[in-house]
Write a protein that binds this ligand. Structure first.
Ligand SMILES: [Zn+2]
Length: 354
């Protein structure tokens, strides 16, 4: 771990101990309005004046805590920064380390998740990273329905083939929420008000949680049919405690090509969103853009601080072992970047060949 990142992890933890959350600030604001309506004083209800800017201050501090590292990257580019890291090998698990692990866990690209340990052991699992653990692919469907039988089927089949045993969703997933909102919009446009209302009541967390269970159930059934040895180990999990518990802070996305030994807990590089690129590059780039949109959110992330200055750009970082792979992804990412309107200059493609 280098000094810049150790610093960030400490500062993040300290910020998490700050007492006023946005939710509290909003609640306080609501109570103030009610209190004012009845002619009372807010202090009587809350005991303290609300600090409306607390969440904004927190986001700014989260941004600033990462500045030293991003300044260094901007100076000479990502490749030079990475090559100069004395412990860069730790960015990837060795064959021996992988052997010691408890198998493969499929989890979201969320930058606040950096590791996963099996429930009944303290052994780490290898992570396969996709937005919403693949739920985002349902955006390609007209009905935006990840629960469609054939979608569950194809997801379960792919996960099984990749050797995944633990399939996860997580609390507060931005990718799941994007599909959730698209599904509700679809239902409303179909005039299916009852289903749309019911789904809205249920909320994205419960919806994503049950979806992970449905995929894992199908994986187990398939594994049994096929006589897969590790059938008994297949299960779903819903991650409630992320390694970083507060708001999104990621200022970049690692786009991994054939690098399934990436160690997201390595702190020599920024803690960024992580996506494993599959066989459908166009679709993966769509997903990368959804992750970027989550990062650019002004309310739940550090979005307002991105700008055209190199150190303040959102980094798309293709990581691969061959120049040919890098070139293909860079070309696609650049093509898409240029379609981003006013945001295009706030994004930089800056690969690592390793
Ligand atoms: Zn997520």
């Amino acid at each position: 771990m280098n000094r810049e990142q150790a610093n960030f992890a400490e500062q993040y933890a300290a910020l998490e101990r700050m007492p006023v959350s946005r939710r509290q600030a909003l609640l306080t604001g609501g109570l103030m309005a009610i209190s004012a309506f009845f002619g009372g004083k807010t202090k009587d209800l809350m005991g303290a004046e609300p600090d409306e800017n607390a969440e904004h201050k927190k986001l700014r501090k989260l941004w600033e805590a990462q500045d030293p590292m991003y300044e260094k990257i901007a100076e000479g580019g990502m490749q030079k920064y990475f090559d100069n890291l004395p412990d860069k090998d730790k960015a990837f698990f060795s064959g021996e380390e992988l052997h010691q692990m408890e198998g493969m866990c499929s989890c979201c690209s969320d930058e606040r998740i950096t590791q996963y340990t099996g429930k009944d052991s303290d052994k780490k699992m290898q992570l396969l990273r996709t937005p919403g653990s693949g739920m985002l692919l349902a955006m390609n469907r007209a009905d935006k329905n990840p629960y469609a039988k054939e979608f569950i089927e194809s997801t379960a089949k792919e996960q099984l083939e990749l050797g995944v045993t633990v399939f996860t969703a997580h609390l507060g997933c931005g990718a799941a929420k994007a599909v959730f909102n698209a599904r509700i919009l679809f239902l409303r446009m179909q005039g299916d008000k009852a289903q749309a209302d019911a789904l809205e009541m249920r909320g994205p967390d419960a919806w994503a949680h049950d979806w992970a269970n449905a995929v894992a159930d199908r994986m187990r059934a398939m594994a049994q049919e096929l006589g897969v040895k590790h059938m008994g180990k297949i299960r779903a999990d819903f991650i409630e405690q992320k390694d970083f518990k507060g708001p999104h802070f990621g200022r970049g996305l690692a786009m991994l090509l054939g690098k399934d030994n990436y160690n997201a807990a390595y702190r020599g590089v920024p803690q960024w969103y992580v996506e494993h690129m599959g066989s459908n590059l166009e679709s993966d780039i769509d997903h990368a853009n959804v992750l970027r949109q989550i990062a650019f959110d002004h309310h739940h992330s550090v979005g307002e601080f991105f700008n055209e200055e190199p150190k303040n750009q959102f980094l798309l970082v293709p990581i691969a072992a061959t120049r040919a792979q890098i070139n293909i992804v860079v070309a696609h990412a650049e093509k898409r970047r240029k379609t981003l309107g006013t945001d295009k200059d706030k994004v930089r493609v800056d690969p690592i060949l390793y």
